[in-house]
Design a protein around this ligand. Structure first.
Ligand SMILES: *[C@@H]1O[C@H](CO)[C@@H](O)[C@H](O)[C@H]1NC(C)=O
Ligand SMILES: *[C@@H]1O[C@H](CO)[C@@H](O)[C@H](O)[C@H]1NC(C)=O
Ligand SMILES: *[C@@H]1O[C@H](CO)[C@@H](O)[C@H](O)[C@H]1NC(C)=O
Length: 393
Protein backbone atom coordinates (compact mmCIF):
# COMPACT_ATOMS: atom_id res chain seq x y z
CA UNK A 1 0.00 0.00 0.00
CA UNK A 2 1.42 3.35 -0.98
CA UNK A 3 1.55 5.85 1.90
CA UNK A 4 -0.89 8.71 1.49
CA UNK A 5 0.69 12.11 1.56
CA UNK A 6 -1.43 15.03 2.63
CA UNK A 7 -0.87 18.59 1.51
CA UNK A 8 1.05 19.64 4.62
CA UNK A 9 3.44 16.70 4.42
CA UNK A 10 4.03 17.39 0.74
CA UNK A 11 5.08 20.96 1.53
CA UNK A 12 7.38 19.65 4.23
CA UNK A 13 9.02 17.18 1.82
CA UNK A 14 9.57 19.92 -0.77
CA UNK A 15 11.26 22.12 1.85
CA UNK A 16 13.48 19.26 2.96
CA UNK A 17 14.40 18.42 -0.62
CA UNK A 18 15.09 22.05 -1.44
CA UNK A 19 17.40 22.45 1.53
CA UNK A 20 19.06 19.17 0.61
CA UNK A 21 19.73 20.48 -2.89
CA UNK A 22 21.08 23.71 -1.41
CA UNK A 23 23.44 21.79 0.85
CA UNK A 24 24.61 19.74 -2.13
CA UNK A 25 25.14 22.87 -4.20
CA UNK A 26 27.15 24.50 -1.43
CA UNK A 27 29.18 21.30 -1.02
CA UNK A 28 29.79 21.11 -4.76
CA UNK A 29 30.87 24.75 -4.74
CA UNK A 30 33.31 24.17 -1.88
CA UNK A 31 34.71 21.06 -3.55
CA UNK A 32 34.90 22.91 -6.85
CA UNK A 33 36.81 25.79 -5.29
CA UNK A 34 39.10 23.33 -3.56
CA UNK A 35 39.73 21.49 -6.81
CA UNK A 36 40.56 24.73 -8.53
CA UNK A 37 42.82 25.74 -5.67
CA UNK A 38 44.54 22.38 -5.31
CA UNK A 39 48.23 22.80 -6.11
CA UNK A 40 48.87 22.42 -9.81
CA UNK A 41 48.67 18.76 -10.60
CA UNK A 42 51.56 17.50 -12.65
CA UNK A 43 51.17 14.31 -14.60
CA UNK A 44 54.22 12.50 -15.93
CA UNK A 45 53.78 11.55 -19.58
CA UNK A 46 57.13 10.38 -20.90
CA UNK A 47 60.58 9.84 -19.51
CA UNK A 48 63.92 9.50 -21.27
CA UNK A 49 66.72 7.96 -19.24
CA UNK A 50 70.24 8.32 -20.59
CA UNK A 51 73.12 6.79 -18.66
CA UNK A 52 76.76 5.83 -18.90
CA UNK A 53 77.57 2.12 -18.60
CA UNK A 54 78.88 0.70 -15.31
CA UNK A 55 82.36 0.23 -13.88
CA UNK A 56 84.54 -1.66 -16.35
CA UNK A 57 87.95 -3.20 -16.83
CA UNK A 58 90.40 -1.07 -18.87
CA UNK A 59 89.32 -0.72 -22.47
CA UNK A 60 92.75 0.34 -23.69
CA UNK A 61 96.39 0.23 -22.69
CA UNK A 62 99.69 1.96 -23.49
CA UNK A 63 103.08 0.55 -24.50
CA UNK A 64 104.77 0.71 -21.09
CA UNK A 65 101.69 -0.45 -19.17
CA UNK A 66 102.77 -3.14 -16.66
CA UNK A 67 99.39 -4.77 -17.36
CA UNK A 68 99.71 -4.63 -21.12
CA UNK A 69 99.86 -8.42 -21.43
CA UNK A 70 97.11 -9.21 -18.89
CA UNK A 71 94.19 -11.13 -20.32
CA UNK A 72 91.94 -9.98 -17.49
CA UNK A 73 90.47 -13.47 -17.67
CA UNK A 74 87.63 -14.27 -17.37
CA UNK A 75 86.26 -10.73 -17.67
CA UNK A 76 88.23 -9.46 -20.66
CA UNK A 77 89.17 -5.89 -21.64
CA UNK A 78 86.61 -3.12 -21.62
CA UNK A 79 83.91 -5.24 -19.99
CA UNK A 80 81.71 -4.68 -16.96
CA UNK A 81 83.21 -5.84 -13.68
CA UNK A 82 81.09 -7.48 -11.00
CA UNK A 83 80.94 -4.12 -9.23
CA UNK A 84 79.78 -2.56 -12.46
CA UNK A 85 77.08 -5.19 -12.83
CA UNK A 86 75.81 -4.49 -9.34
CA UNK A 87 75.92 -0.76 -9.99
CA UNK A 88 73.73 -1.16 -13.08
CA UNK A 89 71.26 -3.46 -11.36
CA UNK A 90 70.99 -0.93 -8.54
CA UNK A 91 70.37 1.84 -11.05
CA UNK A 92 67.49 -0.23 -12.43
CA UNK A 93 66.06 -0.65 -8.94
CA UNK A 94 66.35 3.09 -8.36
CA UNK A 95 64.41 3.73 -11.57
CA UNK A 96 61.75 1.18 -10.60
CA UNK A 97 61.29 3.01 -7.32
CA UNK A 98 61.14 6.46 -8.88
CA UNK A 99 58.73 5.51 -11.67
CA UNK A 100 56.88 2.61 -10.05
CA UNK A 101 53.31 3.90 -10.49
CA UNK A 102 54.00 5.45 -13.84
CA UNK A 103 55.53 2.32 -15.39
CA UNK A 104 53.06 -0.08 -13.82
CA UNK A 105 53.58 -3.76 -13.15
CA UNK A 106 54.06 -5.14 -16.64
CA UNK A 107 56.63 -4.70 -19.33
CA UNK A 108 54.86 -3.96 -22.60
CA UNK A 109 56.85 -3.41 -25.82
CA UNK A 110 54.78 -0.35 -26.84
CA UNK A 111 55.41 1.35 -23.52
CA UNK A 112 59.10 0.75 -22.90
CA UNK A 113 62.03 0.80 -25.29
CA UNK A 114 65.67 0.26 -24.45
CA UNK A 115 68.71 0.87 -26.63
CA UNK A 116 72.45 0.46 -26.20
CA UNK A 117 75.39 1.56 -28.26
CA UNK A 118 77.06 -1.26 -30.20
CA UNK A 119 79.53 -1.87 -27.38
CA UNK A 120 79.56 -4.97 -25.12
CA UNK A 121 79.79 -3.23 -21.75
CA UNK A 122 76.91 -0.96 -22.63
CA UNK A 123 74.72 -3.77 -23.94
CA UNK A 124 75.39 -5.68 -20.71
CA UNK A 125 74.62 -2.53 -18.70
CA UNK A 126 71.26 -1.94 -20.37
CA UNK A 127 70.31 -5.56 -19.74
CA UNK A 128 71.15 -5.19 -16.06
CA UNK A 129 69.25 -1.93 -15.66
CA UNK A 130 66.27 -3.70 -17.21
CA UNK A 131 66.58 -6.48 -14.64
CA UNK A 132 66.19 -3.89 -11.88
CA UNK A 133 63.26 -2.15 -13.56
CA UNK A 134 61.29 -5.19 -14.69
CA UNK A 135 61.21 -8.06 -12.21
CA UNK A 136 58.35 -10.18 -13.56
CA UNK A 137 55.09 -10.02 -11.67
CA UNK A 138 52.10 -12.42 -11.73
CA UNK A 139 51.22 -12.91 -15.41
CA UNK A 140 54.82 -12.32 -16.51
CA UNK A 141 56.43 -14.86 -14.18
CA UNK A 142 57.47 -17.62 -16.56
CA UNK A 143 59.85 -19.91 -14.66
CA UNK A 144 62.49 -20.26 -11.97
CA UNK A 145 64.19 -16.84 -12.26
CA UNK A 146 63.08 -13.50 -10.88
CA UNK A 147 64.00 -12.13 -14.27
CA UNK A 148 62.40 -11.72 -17.67
CA UNK A 149 64.10 -10.97 -20.99
CA UNK A 150 63.66 -7.36 -22.12
CA UNK A 151 64.72 -6.61 -25.72
CA UNK A 152 67.71 -4.28 -26.09
CA UNK A 153 68.10 -2.53 -29.42
CA UNK A 154 71.37 -1.22 -30.81
CA UNK A 155 73.03 0.30 -33.85
CA UNK A 156 76.32 -0.78 -35.40
CA UNK A 157 79.09 1.32 -33.89
CA UNK A 158 80.29 2.58 -37.27
CA UNK A 159 76.72 3.55 -38.22
CA UNK A 160 75.80 5.04 -34.86
CA UNK A 161 73.47 7.97 -35.41
CA UNK A 162 72.08 8.47 -31.95
CA UNK A 163 74.15 7.85 -28.85
CA UNK A 164 77.67 8.38 -30.19
CA UNK A 165 77.12 9.78 -33.69
CA UNK A 166 80.10 7.94 -35.17
CA UNK A 167 79.19 8.44 -38.80
CA UNK A 168 81.80 10.82 -40.23
CA UNK A 169 80.93 14.53 -40.17
CA UNK A 170 83.45 16.88 -41.73
CA UNK A 171 81.75 20.08 -40.56
CA UNK A 172 82.01 18.96 -36.94
CA UNK A 173 85.77 18.37 -37.22
CA UNK A 174 86.37 21.54 -39.21
CA UNK A 175 84.67 23.51 -36.46
CA UNK A 176 86.65 21.63 -33.84
CA UNK A 177 89.90 22.51 -35.66
CA UNK A 178 88.89 26.17 -35.54
CA UNK A 179 88.18 25.96 -31.82
CA UNK A 180 91.52 24.26 -31.18
CA UNK A 181 93.28 27.04 -33.08
CA UNK A 182 91.57 29.74 -31.01
CA UNK A 183 93.54 31.74 -28.49
CA UNK A 184 91.61 30.43 -25.47
CA UNK A 185 92.21 26.80 -26.34
CA UNK A 186 95.81 27.33 -27.47
CA UNK A 187 96.48 28.82 -24.06
CA UNK A 188 95.11 25.63 -22.50
CA UNK A 189 97.44 23.58 -24.69
CA UNK A 190 100.39 25.64 -23.49
CA UNK A 191 99.36 25.24 -19.86
CA UNK A 192 99.26 21.47 -20.30
CA UNK A 193 102.33 21.02 -22.47
CA UNK A 194 104.45 19.86 -19.52
CA UNK A 195 101.83 17.22 -18.72
CA UNK A 196 101.73 16.05 -22.35
CA UNK A 197 105.52 15.78 -22.35
CA UNK A 198 105.59 13.91 -19.06
CA UNK A 199 103.02 11.39 -20.30
CA UNK A 200 104.79 10.96 -23.62
CA UNK A 201 108.00 10.23 -21.76
CA UNK A 202 106.45 7.61 -19.46
CA UNK A 203 103.75 5.89 -21.49
CA UNK A 204 105.84 5.12 -24.56
CA UNK A 205 103.33 6.79 -26.82
CA UNK A 206 102.87 10.27 -28.15
CA UNK A 207 100.55 12.35 -25.96
CA UNK A 208 99.90 15.65 -27.64
CA UNK A 209 96.35 16.65 -26.88
CA UNK A 210 93.53 16.42 -24.36
CA UNK A 211 91.91 13.34 -25.89
CA UNK A 212 95.22 11.48 -25.52
CA UNK A 213 95.23 12.38 -21.83
CA UNK A 214 91.64 11.25 -21.47
CA UNK A 215 92.54 7.95 -23.02
CA UNK A 216 95.34 7.24 -20.56
CA UNK A 217 93.39 8.63 -17.65
CA UNK A 218 90.54 6.21 -18.42
CA UNK A 219 92.97 3.30 -18.53
CA UNK A 220 94.60 4.22 -15.22
CA UNK A 221 91.24 4.77 -13.58
CA UNK A 222 89.91 1.42 -14.74
CA UNK A 223 93.09 -0.37 -13.61
CA UNK A 224 92.94 1.29 -10.22
CA UNK A 225 89.22 0.44 -9.82
CA UNK A 226 90.16 -3.15 -10.66
CA UNK A 227 92.82 -3.16 -7.91
CA UNK A 228 95.72 -3.36 -10.36
CA UNK A 229 98.85 -1.55 -9.19
CA UNK A 230 99.73 1.62 -11.06
CA UNK A 231 103.39 2.35 -11.89
CA UNK A 232 105.06 4.91 -9.65
CA UNK A 233 105.42 7.58 -12.36
CA UNK A 234 101.63 8.07 -12.10
CA UNK A 235 101.95 9.48 -8.56
CA UNK A 236 103.06 12.72 -10.13
CA UNK A 237 99.97 13.31 -12.28
CA UNK A 238 97.22 10.84 -11.49
CA UNK A 239 94.51 11.59 -10.75
CA UNK A 240 94.61 15.37 -10.20
CA UNK A 241 96.49 16.91 -13.13
CA UNK A 242 95.20 14.31 -15.54
CA UNK A 243 91.64 14.63 -14.28
CA UNK A 244 91.57 18.33 -15.05
CA UNK A 245 92.86 17.79 -18.58
CA UNK A 246 90.45 14.90 -19.08
CA UNK A 247 87.45 16.95 -18.01
CA UNK A 248 88.59 19.63 -20.44
CA UNK A 249 88.75 17.10 -23.28
CA UNK A 250 85.01 16.41 -22.99
CA UNK A 251 84.27 20.13 -23.00
CA UNK A 252 86.46 20.68 -26.02
CA UNK A 253 84.57 18.02 -27.95
CA UNK A 254 81.25 19.74 -27.24
CA UNK A 255 82.53 23.31 -27.28
CA UNK A 256 79.93 25.41 -29.06
CA UNK A 257 76.48 25.38 -30.69
CA UNK A 258 77.83 24.47 -34.09
CA UNK A 259 79.63 21.38 -32.77
CA UNK A 260 76.77 20.41 -30.49
CA UNK A 261 74.26 20.70 -33.29
CA UNK A 262 76.11 17.96 -35.18
CA UNK A 263 76.72 15.62 -32.18
CA UNK A 264 74.47 15.91 -29.11
CA UNK A 265 71.88 17.66 -31.26
CA UNK A 266 71.11 14.40 -33.05
CA UNK A 267 69.87 12.74 -29.86
CA UNK A 268 68.14 15.94 -28.75
CA UNK A 269 66.31 16.09 -32.07
CA UNK A 270 65.10 12.52 -31.65
CA UNK A 271 63.87 13.24 -28.15
CA UNK A 272 62.14 16.47 -29.21
CA UNK A 273 60.26 14.45 -31.81
CA UNK A 274 59.21 11.99 -29.10
CA UNK A 275 57.85 14.90 -27.05
CA UNK A 276 55.95 16.27 -30.05
CA UNK A 277 54.46 12.83 -30.72
CA UNK A 278 53.40 12.63 -27.10
CA UNK A 279 51.59 15.98 -27.34
CA UNK A 280 49.72 14.80 -30.44
CA UNK A 281 48.99 11.33 -29.10
CA UNK A 282 45.33 10.36 -28.71
CA UNK A 283 44.08 7.75 -26.25
CA UNK A 284 46.35 4.82 -26.95
CA UNK A 285 45.83 1.67 -24.94
CA UNK A 286 49.58 1.30 -24.43
CA UNK A 287 51.20 4.72 -24.87
CA UNK A 288 54.99 5.04 -24.91
CA UNK A 289 56.13 5.73 -21.37
CA UNK A 290 59.88 5.43 -21.27
CA UNK A 291 63.00 5.27 -23.40
CA UNK A 292 66.14 3.89 -21.79
CA UNK A 293 69.43 4.72 -23.49
CA UNK A 294 72.76 3.20 -22.50
CA UNK A 295 75.77 5.16 -23.69
CA UNK A 296 79.19 6.44 -22.76
CA UNK A 297 80.92 9.36 -21.06
CA UNK A 298 80.74 11.41 -24.26
CA UNK A 299 77.06 10.55 -24.76
CA UNK A 300 76.28 12.26 -21.48
CA UNK A 301 78.54 15.28 -21.86
CA UNK A 302 77.62 15.92 -25.50
CA UNK A 303 73.92 15.76 -24.76
CA UNK A 304 74.07 17.86 -21.60
CA UNK A 305 76.22 20.54 -23.18
CA UNK A 306 73.80 20.65 -26.09
CA UNK A 307 70.99 21.37 -23.60
CA UNK A 308 73.36 23.77 -21.78
CA UNK A 309 72.87 22.10 -18.43
CA UNK A 310 76.29 20.54 -17.89
CA UNK A 311 78.17 21.68 -14.80
CA UNK A 312 81.70 20.81 -15.83
CA UNK A 313 82.59 17.56 -14.06
CA UNK A 314 83.88 14.06 -14.76
CA UNK A 315 81.08 11.88 -16.24
CA UNK A 316 81.64 8.87 -14.02
CA UNK A 317 80.35 5.33 -14.59
CA UNK A 318 76.61 5.11 -14.16
CA UNK A 319 75.96 8.86 -14.39
CA UNK A 320 72.31 9.20 -15.40
CA UNK A 321 70.20 11.91 -16.99
CA UNK A 322 66.44 11.89 -16.36
CA UNK A 323 64.24 13.86 -18.75
CA UNK A 324 60.76 14.01 -17.29
CA UNK A 325 58.14 15.26 -19.70
CA UNK A 326 54.82 15.98 -18.07
CA UNK A 327 51.66 18.02 -18.30
CA UNK A 328 51.12 20.77 -15.75
CA UNK A 329 48.03 22.98 -15.85
CA UNK A 330 47.33 21.86 -19.39
CA UNK A 331 50.84 22.67 -20.54
CA UNK A 332 53.46 20.14 -21.61
CA UNK A 333 56.98 20.69 -20.39
CA UNK A 334 60.26 19.24 -19.26
CA UNK A 335 62.22 18.82 -16.08
CA UNK A 336 65.85 17.70 -16.19
CA UNK A 337 67.65 15.78 -13.45
CA UNK A 338 71.22 14.57 -13.15
CA UNK A 339 72.05 11.56 -10.99
CA UNK A 340 75.80 11.69 -10.48
CA UNK A 341 75.84 10.09 -7.04
CA UNK A 342 74.02 7.17 -5.47
CA UNK A 343 74.12 8.76 -2.04
CA UNK A 344 72.12 11.92 -2.76
CA UNK A 345 68.92 12.42 -4.79
CA UNK A 346 69.34 13.49 -8.42
CA UNK A 347 70.09 17.18 -8.97
CA UNK A 348 67.43 19.23 -10.68
CA UNK A 349 68.91 21.36 -13.44
CA UNK A 350 67.63 24.50 -15.14
CA UNK A 351 67.83 25.00 -18.87
CA UNK A 352 69.01 28.57 -19.47
CA UNK A 353 66.17 30.78 -20.69
CA UNK A 354 63.61 28.54 -19.04
CA UNK A 355 62.07 28.05 -15.61
CA UNK A 356 62.60 24.77 -13.86
CA UNK A 357 59.49 23.47 -15.61
CA UNK A 358 60.40 24.24 -19.19
CA UNK A 359 57.31 24.40 -21.46
CA UNK A 360 57.76 22.59 -24.75
CA UNK A 361 57.17 25.77 -26.79
CA UNK A 362 59.92 27.54 -24.87
CA UNK A 363 62.18 24.52 -25.13
CA UNK A 364 61.86 24.47 -28.90
CA UNK A 365 62.80 28.14 -28.94
CA UNK A 366 65.90 27.85 -26.76
CA UNK A 367 67.22 24.74 -28.53
CA UNK A 368 66.62 25.97 -32.08
CA UNK A 369 70.30 26.52 -32.83
CA UNK A 370 71.46 23.14 -31.60
CA UNK A 371 69.04 20.88 -33.45
CA UNK A 372 70.18 19.80 -36.91
CA UNK A 373 67.65 20.19 -39.72
CA UNK A 374 69.49 18.13 -42.31
CA UNK A 375 72.45 16.44 -40.62
CA UNK A 376 73.86 14.81 -43.77
CA UNK A 377 73.84 18.10 -45.65
CA UNK A 378 75.13 20.16 -42.73
CA UNK A 379 78.06 17.76 -42.30
CA UNK A 380 79.58 18.80 -45.65
CA UNK A 381 80.95 15.34 -46.40
CA UNK A 382 82.12 16.31 -49.88
CA UNK A 383 85.46 14.53 -49.61
CA UNK A 384 87.52 17.75 -49.42
CA UNK A 385 88.30 17.13 -45.76
CA UNK A 386 89.65 13.96 -44.28
CA UNK A 387 87.61 13.12 -41.20
CA UNK A 388 89.83 11.71 -38.41
CA UNK A 389 89.19 8.19 -37.10
CA UNK A 390 86.95 8.33 -34.04
CA UNK A 391 88.66 7.59 -30.71
CA UNK A 392 87.05 5.62 -27.86
CA UNK A 393 84.61 4.53 -26.66
C1 LIG B 1 104.46 -8.18 -22.83
O1 LIG B 1 104.75 -9.16 -23.78
C2 LIG B 1 105.82 -8.80 -24.68
C3 LIG B 1 105.93 -9.89 -25.74
O2 LIG B 1 106.02 -11.13 -25.16
C4 LIG B 1 107.10 -8.63 -23.90
O3 LIG B 1 108.16 -8.25 -24.75
C5 LIG B 1 106.90 -7.56 -22.84
O4 LIG B 1 108.03 -7.45 -22.02
C6 LIG B 1 105.68 -7.89 -21.97
N1 LIG B 1 105.42 -6.74 -21.09
C7 LIG B 1 105.19 -6.84 -19.83
C8 LIG B 1 105.00 -5.56 -19.06
O5 LIG B 1 105.12 -7.89 -19.26
C1 LIG C 1 89.25 -4.19 -4.91
O1 LIG C 1 89.52 -4.10 -3.54
C2 LIG C 1 88.42 -3.68 -2.74
C3 LIG C 1 88.90 -3.47 -1.34
O2 LIG C 1 89.60 -4.60 -0.87
C4 LIG C 1 87.32 -4.73 -2.86
O3 LIG C 1 86.19 -4.33 -2.12
C5 LIG C 1 86.93 -4.88 -4.32
O4 LIG C 1 85.96 -5.91 -4.47
C6 LIG C 1 88.14 -5.19 -5.19
N1 LIG C 1 87.75 -5.14 -6.57
C7 LIG C 1 88.10 -6.09 -7.46
C8 LIG C 1 87.61 -5.89 -8.86
O5 LIG C 1 88.77 -7.03 -7.18
C1 LIG D 1 76.80 16.52 -9.52
O1 LIG D 1 76.06 17.37 -10.33
C2 LIG D 1 75.68 18.57 -9.71
C3 LIG D 1 74.76 19.31 -10.67
O2 LIG D 1 75.32 19.48 -11.92
C4 LIG D 1 76.91 19.36 -9.37
O3 LIG D 1 76.56 20.55 -8.70
C5 LIG D 1 77.81 18.52 -8.48
O4 LIG D 1 79.03 19.18 -8.26
C6 LIG D 1 78.11 17.18 -9.13
N1 LIG D 1 78.83 16.32 -8.23
C7 LIG D 1 80.01 15.79 -8.55
C8 LIG D 1 80.59 14.88 -7.54
O5 LIG D 1 80.59 16.03 -9.59
Amino acid sequence: MAPTINKKNKKCIIVIMASGVTVLLVLALIIGINLAKEPDKKELKLVHIIFRHGIRTPADTYPTDPHVNDTLYPVGWGQLTNEGKMEMYELGKFLRQRYDNFLGDFYHPNEFYSQSTGVDRTKASVQLVNVGIWPPKTKQIWGPLNWQPIPVHSELLSQDMLLLVRKPCAAYHKERDKVVASETVQKKFQENQALFNYLTQHTGRLVENFDDVQDIFSTLKAEMDYNLTLPSWTNECYPDKMLEATVFSYTLNAWNDKMNRLKGGVLLNKIINDWKSKVNERDLEHPQKAFLYGGHDSTIVNFMRTLKVWDTQFPNYGVTVLLEFSILDGEYGLEVYLRNSTSVPPFKLNIPGCNDFCPLTKLLEVTRNVVPINWEEECENDGSYEVPEPGGP
